[in-house]
Design a binder for this molecule. Structure first.
Ligand SMILES: NC(=O)c1ccc[n+]([C@@H]2O[C@H](COP(=O)([O-])OP(=O)(O)OC[C@H]3O[C@@H](n4cnc5c(N)ncnc54)[C@H](O)[C@@H]3O)[C@@H](O)[C@H]2O)c1
Length: 303
């Protein structure tokens, strides 16, 4: 999507952090912006900031886990601005908890918001973007934690790896319709992600005792210290717009993670067995690969 001016972006989790920065950057580039967020207070603050900046903005209170509400939000966006062209599935929550201490509620909540919320956005908007035929783009927010992991990140990383997998395959499905797909994988960004626990609905609280409360407070405190040292979300958002315009799949914002990525892939390649290549299977894989190349070429020709 080279030309964005006059088009409309729908951003989940647009009330704060990276989502709000995306809204600012898109609006400055001439787009109408719809910010959808669970938190009314975040939306109110964001609208004030965006309107002061001269943005055409619509704010919608939305839990991305709620599919009916997602469809209603898409309808509201279209009533206000017409067709939606750019979808950013950005809403997310974080958790750091070793699996031996995690609960089913932790898993249901984080998978529900981060991963199922992304599927909900994708399935709600694909038919609409396909139908208007003006092209479009979908940006799914994964993370560097969707490429590498660390202790305590199993639940969060599982969702972010899955978002990367979903996005990688999605670009092939949408290539014939002129709809681009990117996956945004930021490193540490200075946002309010440390407030994640405040965004956990009661149904996902589980049994809360003093140990659980202390653990959650500890994670929040750690994030309160670390996140402000992260990148300015505006820098991530500017990089995102640049990559959407260039139709790039990977949107990486943090140069300093290069070593982690290299090590992860080297470790994977080192897992290959030292056995003779089977010519028939080599041919099979080459055929599969060629189909991907053809679709990628189609995408490149469109951008
Ligand atoms: N901050 C980082 O270091 C970092 C790094 C990599 C990836 N990310 C990802 O970036 C995305 C944005 O996070 P952020 O850092 O800007 O955090 P943030 O907490 O500042 O913003 C997230 C927004 O999502 C909203 N939200 C939470 N649950 C929701 C739900 N169920 N439905 C709708 N909205 C909901 C929150 O109210 C908040 O306004 C997330 O997907 C996060 O995982 C963040």
């Amino acid at each position: 999507m080279k030309d964005v001016a006059g088009k409309t972006a729908f951003i989940t989790g647009g009330g704060a952090g990276i989502g709000l920065a995306l809204a600012k950057v898109f609006a400055r580039a001439g787009m109408n912006v719809v910010i959808a967020d669970l938190r009314r207070d975040h939306l109110d603050e964001a609208v004030a900031v965006l309107e002061k900046d001269g943005a055409n903005v619509l704010a919608i209170q939305l839990d991305v886990c709620d599919r009916k509400a997602m469809a209603a939000a898409a309808d509201a966006a279209e009533r206000r601005f017409g067709n939606v062209h750019l979808l950013c599935n950005n809403a997310g929550v974080n958790i750091i908890r070793p699996m031996d201490q995690a609960t089913f509620e932790d898993v249901d909540w984080v998978v529900g918001v981060n991963l199922l919320g992304t599927f909900n956005g994708v399935l709600t908007f694909i038919p609409r973007i396909k139908a208007h035929g003006e092209g479009g783009h979908i940006v799914n927010t994964s993370s560097v934690a969707g490429i590498i992991t660390g202790p305590g990140t199993a639940i969060y990383s599982a969702t972010k790896f899955a978002i990367r997998g979903l996005s990688d395959a999605l670009r092939f499905d949408l290539a014939p319709y002129g709809i681009g797909v990117s996956v945004l994988c930021p490193g540490t960004v200075s946002t309010r992600l440390y407030e994640s626990e405040e965004n956990r609905p009661a149904r996902f609280l589980g049994k809360v005792d003093d140990t659980v409360l202390a653990q959650r407070a500890g994670t929040g405190e750690l994030f309160r210290k670390v996140l402000p040292m992260g990148m300015d979300p505006m820098q991530v958002a500017e990089r995102t717009l640049e990559c959407v315009r260039q139709n790039r799949f990977y949107i990486l914002s943090h140069r300093e993670v290069d070593q982690d990525i290299r090590e992860a892939y080297d470790e994977m390649l080192a897992g290959l067995p030292d056995i003779p290549l089977d010519p028939e299977r080599v041919k099979l894989e080459a055929g599969r690969r060629q189909k991907k190349y053809d679709l990628l070429k189609l995408l490149k020709d469109q951008s």
